[in-house]
Design a protein around this ligand. Structure first.
Ligand SMILES: [Zn+2]
Length: 173
């Protein structure tokens, strides 16, 4: 993975108290993750960092949209994503994930790269099934040509007696 300085927090040099950051997750951000299924987005992340003597609290607020392929028609569209995450960084001997919300980082750590966190938090906001939304009239906004082809294929499939035979065979097992 390539690293971008934009997503690195200078935790060592920060004064105690609250600090605010804003990050944008766009095409350039997702390009850092070579094997990412998602390659484009328009997501804003507001981060409130609260540095205390023994730990750093991070509150992430994620809002935007990710470009995904539709599970029904395979055309790409922007799926909205929104959510919040909390993470506590505690200083210790070495890197260790205590829980999903508590991370131990070495005391001598000067900076903390959050690009991977931002990636995971955002991707996890996607629904399992990603389908074009319906319009105001409740009609699918999927690619009409693809849907017509799919409907036609289903029709052919159900009209073909061999499929019927196969289905009967399957239901017997
Ligand atoms: Zn679709």
């Amino acid at each position: 993975m390539k690293h971008s300085r934009e997503y690195i927090l200078p935790i060592d040099g920060l004064s105690l108290g609250k600090h605010e950051y804003k990050f944008v997750l766009d095409r350039a951000f997702f390009a850092m993750f070579e094997y990412s299924e998602i390659t484009n987005g328009n997501v804003e992340v507001d981060l409130l960092l609260h540095k205390q003597e023994s730990m750093i609290e991070l509150f992430f607020k994620i809002n935007g949209e990710l470009e995904v392929a539709c599970d029904r028609c395979a055309d790409e569209f922007f799926e909205p994503v929104a959510g919040e995450n909390e993470l506590i960084l505690k200083f210790g001997e070495a890197f260790e994930e205590e829980t999903d919300e508590i991370l131990i980082i070495p005391t001598e750590q000067h900076q903390f790269d959050i690009s991977h966190l931002l990636y995971e938090y955002t991707i996890l906001l996607l629904p399992l099934r990603k389908v074009h939304p319906e319009d105001a009239n409740g009609n699918s906004t999927c690619n009409p040509e693809v849907i017509e082809k799919l409907n036609h294929m289903n029709h052919v499939e159900s009209a073909d007696p061999r499929w019927e035979a196969l289905r009967n065979l399957k239901s017997k097992n």
